[in-house]
Design a protein around this ligand. Structure first.
Ligand SMILES: Cc1ncc(COP(=O)(O)O)c(C=O)c1O
Length: 391
């Protein structure tokens, strides 16, 4: 076998999929930890809290009852009904459980939505900065990202004017996330309804990723479902419900897409994890929601600590982030090479943060993302180290 035979013959679609730069940082952080250094992690995009006990107990009970077989591809009927009930209780909205599809994380829901919407050569509007996996999912379907640079002027969100500017004959859909990763900012209600109208007017579909719903520190918590039954709503048990490792999410799809989604789900996933689905039945119980809401208060305290301290250090954060657990900071008064800066910060001060390049290209070299997924004492230590590093 010569050396050429060892090389993977990759599809061009796979070859173009970029890794997260933060993964390199994480690998280096782990190496440093194995050498005895204490690394402070402000790069991690998942809650530090474990899954609430009632959910864990429900999962254990399901396993004891030998619930180990496949569920229907669309999910356990009782979980779909519980999710519908959740929309009723939280937002006062009636949703037909038929339109709710349980998926392997929001990731599975995003793949399904894109699979039923895009064809080769189509394009999908998405924000820069934005959640990086979307670009790669679109690419794997042979479609293209139609990148919309966004700034604080529009809460780092896409708005109706962007549709007028960027929509072209190959565009089929637009995607937003509110609250957003990496900016933690939310689309305003008026902007959302205008956006829904604008996308409908050009005959496209809007995908609204609401994975950070519930992790909201203002009274703006909302769902696009309130304004339209024609949007694709993406959600997950990962973030607010603290179930990242269980791999469970859901989608609410427009009625006319449900049958196609069922067929695609059967083929892509067969079904989401059975034990996770049984466990998630306990996610909506009062006891669990109380635990979760105490955690939301903790996240808010962390944000309230971190935001002014970062501003004092010289990071520019034009908008108060009102959701998720991220602060996206302009570091141009400190460095114009955020990628190199995050590397040196890790080497010199053992603090890990995510460089802007992981979320797109627009002003990426002058931005970094801080995740407040660690207790305040760790955030304080991290801030001392960052201050020292900047000095
Ligand atoms: C905006 C956004 N959407 C989707 C996901 C995927 O989440 P999961 O598949 O764990 O539900 C993430 C994860 O960080 C995210 O930030």
């Amino acid at each position: 076998m010569n050396s050429t035979d060892n090389r993977a013959s990759l599809s061009s679609r796979a070859a173009g999929v970029r890794p997260f730069y933060v993964m390199d940082l994480l690998a280096r952080a782990r190496q440093m930890e194995s050498e005895g250094r204490s690394v402070l992690h402000l790069e991690v995009g998942e809650p530090d809290f474990a899954t609430p006990q009632p959910i864990i107990d429900a999962g254990i009970k399901a396993l004891r009852q030998l619930k180990t077989h496949y569920t229907p591809a669309m999910g356990l009927p009782e979980l779909r009904r519980s999710i519908a009930n959740y929309y009723q209780q939280r937002f006062g909205i009636r949703v037909d459980a038929r339109r709710i599809i349980v998926t392997p994380g929001a990731s599975g829901a995003l793949q399904l939505a894109l699979s039923v919407l895009v064809d080769t050569g189509d394009n999908v509007l998405l924000t820069d900065p934005g959640y990086p996996c979307n670009r790669n999912m679109i690419r794997l379907l042979g479609a293209e990202s139609n990148v919309v640079p966004v700034s604080a002027e529009t809460q780092f969100q896409m708005c109706a004017a962007h549709i007028a500017e960027h929509w072209n004959e190959n565009s089929v859909a637009a995607m937003i996330a509110s609250p957003s990763n990496p900016t933690g900012t939310m689309i305003r209600q008026r902007d959302l309804t205008d956006l829904i109208e604008a996308v409908e007017a050009v005959g496209g579909r809007l995908i609204v990723d609401e994975i950070y719903q519930g992790l909201v520190y203002s009274d703006e918590d909302l769902t696009a479902l309130k304004f339209s039954n024609d949007v694709f709503i993406i959600n997950s048990f990962s973030k607010y419900f603290g179930m990242t490792g269980w791999r469970l999410g859901w989608m609410v799809a427009p009625d006319q897409y449900v049958d196609a989604i069922d067929r695609v789900a059967q083929n892509l996933f067969l079904a989401a994890s059975t034990v996770a689905q049984y466990a998630a039945l306990a996610a909506f119980e009062e006891e669990t929601i109380e635990i979760l809401n105490r955690r939301v208060s903790k996240f808010r305290e962390r944000r309230d600590y971190l935001l002014p301290v970062l501003r004092e250090m010289g990071f520019e954060i034009p908008l108060e982030p009102t959701g998720a657990f991220y602060i996206y900071a302009d570091c141009s008064s400190i460095t114009r090479d955020s990628f190199q800066w995050t590397r040196s910060l890790l080497e010199d001060e053992a603090v890990a943060v995510t460089p802007g390049i992981d979320f797109g290209e627009y002003r990426a070299s002058t931005h970094v993302r801080f995740a407040y997924t660690r207790p305040i004492d760790q955030l304080e230590r991290a801030c001392c180290r960052i201050t020292r590093y900047i000095k």
